[in-house]
Design a protein around this ligand. Structure first.
Ligand SMILES: Cc1cc2nc3c(=O)[nH]c(=O)nc-3n(C[C@H](O)[C@H](O)[C@H](O)COP(=O)(O)O)c2cc1C
Length: 311
């Protein structure tokens, strides 16, 4: 008998979890999605590029805005602007991103080294909006500083409605052991719902994470290989690609005010950057990958993938 699984969500991924990706993942069973990481400062400054990251498609049902920043007051202001858009189910705050461009601003995983500030941020956002406010973070900066227990106490005190734990330390980046034992201890240490994340790629890894007692599981990288991972299936690469290209064109048409690229050019770049991964492992996929730079139009793409046998 397989374990009953908690809901599966699409994890936030900068430059990837835009409306096309989110719509596809919802179609394949993701019960919640998150926007790309959006800079609270850019929202407050009314930057068109930043606000574009908060675009949604009308068919999206369960999307949360995923914000980052360092200043509680600015995050609260940004959260109010986002809440007023009326299209997000909740607001998720980033306290786990290890990228230096983000941590050098005191944001992302830098907040794990300044827990009073993290608490002040969450508290300010909770007080500023009626939407539920969650936090996505890690176990601590490194295994010698496992601050997760204090984080959970502070998040509960600040009024967060749930915490997602990527069950790794910042020092691990996106690789190495996923600490399921610590995740289980975290679930048991708090009354807050804990969501788990880290290297879930199939039913077996989802069941292993579910056994910790988490209330939901977030999947990131495996969804880039196929949104059908939410059904633990491979999906049909040709159909996925057609659907994704059509959604991407629609999305890029909205970017015309500030983009130097035509919708078709931008869509082709997205294919080259990640949609091509849907063919990974199929016969002909390696030559597709080697040929990406020669694909300039949607017709080029259709022609190239027609040469790959159906999945
Ligand atoms: C390309 C990429 C972009 C990411 N961007 C974000 C982000 O903006 N915010 C965030 O909290 N995590 C981000 N992550 C981390 C993922 O949400 C997730 O925590 C991590 O990849 C582990 O999950 P996985 O093993 O299912 O990929 C990103 C990961 C990748 C690979």
């Amino acid at each position: 008998m397989s374990e009953p699984l908690p809901p599966l969500y699409l994890a936030p991924m900068a430059e990837f979890t835009s409306p096309p990706m989110r719509v596809l993942c919802e179609q394949y069973g993701a019960q919640r999605t998150y926007t790309e990481m959006v800079n609270a400062e850019g929202i407050c400054r009314n930057s068109a590029k930043t606000l574009f990251l908060l675009e949604t498609f009308p068919e999206e049902r369960h999307v949360w805005a995923h914000l980052y920043g360092h200043d509680p007051a600015r995050l609260a202001e940004a959260a109010q602007i986002v809440a007023a858009m009326g299209r997000f189910e909740g607001i998720d705050l980033n306290a786990g991103c290890p990228v230096p461009r983000i941590t050098s601003q005191g944001a992302g995983s830098a907040l794990l080294k300044d827990l009073p500030r993290l608490e002040a941020i969450v508290s300010a956002v909770v007080n500023a909006v009626k939407l539920p406010v969650s936090v996505k973070t890690r176990l601590g900066p490194n295994p010698q500083v496992p601050v997760w227990r204090e984080v959970l106490q502070r998040m509960e005190a600040a009024g967060a409605t749930s915490v997602t734990l990527h069950a790794r330390y910042t020092s691990q980046g996106h690789a190495g052991t996923v600490h399921l034992d610590t995740l289980k201890a975290a679930v048991e240490a708090t009354s807050l719902p804990i969501f788990g994340n880290g290297s879930v790629v199939d039913r077996a890894t989802a069941e292993a994470m579910a056994a910790t007692g988490v209330k939901a599981i977030l999947i990131a990288r495996a969804a880039l290989e196929t949104p059908a991972v939410f059904q633990f299936e491979r999906g049909n690469a040709h159909a996925l690609t057609e659907d994704h290209l059509a959604l991407e064109l629609r999305y890029r048409e909205k970017a015309q005010a500030f983009s130097r690229l035509s919708p078709e050019e931008a869509t082709v770049l997205t294919f080259r950057r990640h949609i091509f991964r849907y063919f990974k492992g199929l016969p002909g996929a390696n030559s597709l990958r080697g040929n990406l730079m020669n694909l300039h139009t949607l017709d080029d793409i259709r022609h190239a993938i027609a040469a790959i046998p159906g999945a």
